[in-house]
Design a protein. Sequence first.
Length: 724
Amino acid sequence: MDETQRLAGSPEQFPGGLVRLQELAHNLWWSWHPEARRLFETIDPTLWSLTHHNPVKLLQELKPERLAALSEDAAFVRQYSAVLKSYDEYMGAKGIWFASRYPSLKDCTIAYFSAEFGLHISIPIYSGGLGILAGDHCKEASDLGLPLVGLGFMYPQGYFHQRITPDGWQQSEHEPFNRLASPVHQVLTPSGAPCRVTVAMGSRTVFAIVWRVHVGRVTLFLIDTDVPDNVPGDRELSARLYGGDQEVRLCQEILLGIGGVRVLRALGLSPTVWHANEGHSAFHALERIRELVLAGHTHAEAAELVRHNTVFTTHTPVPAGHDVFPVDLIERYFSGYWQLLGLNREDFLKLGQHPESPEAGFNMTALAIRMSAHLNGVSREHGRVARSMWKSLWPDLPEESVPIRSVTNGIHTPTWIAPEMNHLFSKYLAPDWADRSDDAAVWHRVTDIPDGELWAVRQVMKRKLMSMIRERARAGWMQKRLEASQLLPSGAFLDPEALTIGFARRFATYKRATLFFKDLARLQQLLLDRWRPVQIVFAGKAHPADEPGRYFIHQVYSFCKERGLGGHVAFVEDYDMHVAKFLVPGVDVWLNTPRPPMEASGTSGQKASLNGVPHLSVLDGWWHEGYDGANGWAIPLATDLTDPHAVDAHDAEHLYRILEQDVVPLYYQRDRDGIPRGWIQVIKDAIRTTGPRFCARRMVKEYMELMYALAASPHPASKRPSDS
Ligand SMILES: *Cc1c(COP(=O)(O)O)cnc(C)c1O
């Protein structure tokens, strides 16, 4: 913990007995272990809330008197020792899943590349679903004991914070990422100097340093170009997530892919398996080919060896989700590089060609697919869509034989379970239910939870959301950030008794946030019913450069201000993991209306179902395989329609009909004890059926069994490939 202590709070501050609090705060293990969260909360509940549950900051801001008092407090010291004991047991555990199942792979390393990682809000290096999936993947890999290391970016300015102006426009605010208040530390070489790598960028050389994050047993390395040796433009290269123009983006991807391999080499790591989470990092394969060619292989041999142990996951059917760089830009940055791979210009450019649009530019997904023998989409349906999208890369194969399989996304259960629900599950499923999250038999016991108790817990979660929303409005008003006209949209006046729908996601237009407002008169009737009122809470950011997405926010915000909708529509600013942890389990129904088949998987509905918030969604992404007729509601596919307006009309009609005829009556149908028995049945079905199937435990095991294990096997043509 040497580096840690130098960076945040000196050890002298910590009374002897509590000296390892710093170590706990600097391993995100604490974030998915309730007893560790409680420990930090006990230290100072107010600071805990003020720091948005950031223990590093909490320890920094804590008064020494308080710490001294705690070290004298026998109950606290006992609590502290118990948490340390579980931490030490976790970190030192032997014989967990990976070790017992793959003893022959005990020396293997899996490198996992991703442009974003969503681990905790104190490390703002994610924007949405892709990043959170990567974060959940790392946490679960740690739980299962996979020898995985993550490779990503330190974005010194993080992703933006969202503010909504009184007239409903999203504004972005960048806040410098305070590394001293985050569980990150700079990676040093054994001699104590900062670990540095260099990457040629066209005619320049860019230097980068590396940061480390402890995610349980998994280590994540983050590349950072904000060092004095770089020219100002290059210092800014990694400043923002998805912040620059195409050239900045290309440079970021060169850094992540090529720089990422160099970071691993500088640290003495030789991964056996290389997994690119989305195409942003696909250049890593080229760098490994370069190494092999340098070691004497021909290009063809090198490419074959690299393909064998490379895994690629594609995440979206949306065209804008795939990076395509203009050829002249690629030439500018790679004209000195392709020779090192044993290629000429034409053959190099072909690596990124989409056969159906060879002129379009250099396609990172096409490159990643060509470079990887193990390919997958992120739900069964998305696998099918991806095979159809990319079939032209296998001109000789029928579509169904295209070797892109699917591994459906899942969520890291301990991260996404609300504390109240966790308590209930520990009581009725099993004390160690979270360690058996992919075991359907454990989940079956949900049926044993008394309806009244489950309903009471649901109400507590809802009230917590309402207080969080009110508190944000109060604080915004007191700090003069909010105007009077924004109090209604903020949700401060929502009714804790009314059926509450949640809709929170990135405001990409294909997610159709405004579909809900298609027929205002009908909606008014639904929302304003005096006996059975309905309300909806929106949240989500639009990419700052996505004008149509920003316009959607503007539209939703005007409905929030609309008197005719009576304060039944609210928008919660600055959606992030922290807000999600209140919003997702705090509403009654989770709404999802993407335009099919654009949603590759989606995971927020999985988080909702886990917490007893049934999913109402278009049959797209994971819901296509998750919906069973009783565990939520499905908007059927308009299979015979092609015109987008007709599809919207069809989907809105079904949405209203489901709300009017199924959701609202069932929710308000109470027995003599005031309990909605039918509704509770849907809740229980949702938890029981989605829990075991859409958890990251099932997902990471599948990655291991279907992808990593094959990629880790020796290549038949080479007994010892020199890069394994
Ligand atoms: C889970 C999550 C997402 C992803 O949700 P989708 O269902 O994929 O849209 C995005 N942002 C946050 C903050 C999340 O927690």
